[in-house]
Ligand binder design. Structure first.
Ligand code: CUA
Length: 325
């Protein structure tokens, strides 16, 4: 039964292949590779246990079956110290064999990378979005975690409201997000790409849509991104300036980037993102849809409806936001 369940699980998981890199069986990072090694190690160990148990079971079924003409009751035994010792010692050995790599990898994955130039990011989970703050770089963003290829990125994982779980299936994870507690882990990506991230802990109505992306780039592209993120975004045209005013009056209360008690993402570099609210393609149409009726896009979101602006004001606000880059 165990084997069937595991095989089904494997089938279900491998069915994810091609869906935005959600496959844990084809990792693209060394944290994910370590976790896959552990999965394989315990899976094949259990296969071995299953094979031995089922062989003995079938042997006993056949060898000691009831035969025609033999009516005597077999000799009854009560307890056997030898057998008791054997089936106590074998599981202890198996558990130890499982525990050693599990504990080693657990410490390894929680360990801070030792390289001096390693990047440290503070990740915060909110209902239903993710904030990424790069230590010492003055970069704060949301929904999209940019990392350079081949480098371990140290993550410090915080929670603000309820339990969440930070998970990037193709790179590794998952790590619980617990308010009042700081969890740590690291990730790296072997090749450039966009890796889908998920919240893996039921956290409310918007849980299934609490997505984010890890964007792994070559060092040069990452450096370019950093430089762009550090440059202030300035409203250029008259319409953008008008939009900025509307933003100050209507949005800044929640989206004030430097306020420690913020309840909405920092939108300072909103124009550089590839998604709206982490799920919709990044275009003006979708931004309007999101602003006018956020809960139709993401149930349970704290974002209020901005449905009271004149069409001209809405256009200016969207123009301003899309050009903050
Ligand atoms: Cu956050 Cu589920």
């Amino acid at each position: 039964r165990v084997l069937t369940v595991l095989l089904l699980a494997t089938l279900v998981l491998s069915g994810c292949q091609g869906h935005d890199s959600l496959n844990v069986l084809d990792p693209s990072g060394s944290a994910g590779q370590k976790q896959l090694d552990l999965i394989k190690w315990s899976f094949f160990l259990m296969c071995g246990v299953f094979a031995v148990v089922i062989t003995i079971f079938i042997y006993v079924l056949i060898r000691f079956r009831k035969r025609k003409g033999i009516d005597v009751i077999p000799e009854q035994t009560h307890g056997s110290n030898t057998l008791e010792i054997i089936w106590t010692v074998i599981p202890i050995i198996l558990l130890a064999v499982l525990a050693v790599p599990t504990v080693t990898y657990t410490f390894d994955l929680a360990d801070m990378p030792r390289e001096d130039d390693s990047i440290k990011v503070k990740v915060t989970g909110y209902q239903y979005w993710w904030e990424f703050q790069y230590e010492g770089m003055n970069i704060k963003t949301a929904q999209e975690l940019h990392i350079p290829v081949g480098k371990k990125v140290h993550l410090e994982i915080h929670g603000k409201d309820v339990l969440h779980s930070f998970w990037v299936p193709a790179l590794g994870g998952k790590m619980d997000v617990i308010p009042g507690r700081v969890n740590t882990m690291w990730l790296d990506a072997k090749k450039p790409g966009v890796y889908q991230g998920k919240c893996a802990e039921l956290c409310g109505a918007g849980h299934a849509l609490m997505d984010f992306k890890v964007i792994a780039e070559e060092q040069a592209d990452f450096d370019k991104w950093v430089a762009q993120m550090q440059k202030p975004a300035v409203a250029q045209t008259a319409s953008q300036k008008e939009g900025e005013k509307i933003f100050m009056q209507n949005c800044l209360g929640c989206h004030a980037g430097n306020n420690p008690r913020i309840i909405g993402p920092d939108l300072n570099k909103f124009g550089t993102r590839t998604t709206i609210a982490g799920i919709l393609p990044h275009d003006e149409q979708n931004l309007k849809k999101w602003l006018k009726d956020p809960t139709s896009v993401k149930p349970g979101t704290l974002m209020p409806k901005i449905d009271y602006l004149e069409p001209k004001e809405m256009d200016a606000l969207v123009d301003y936001l899309m050009n903050r880059k």
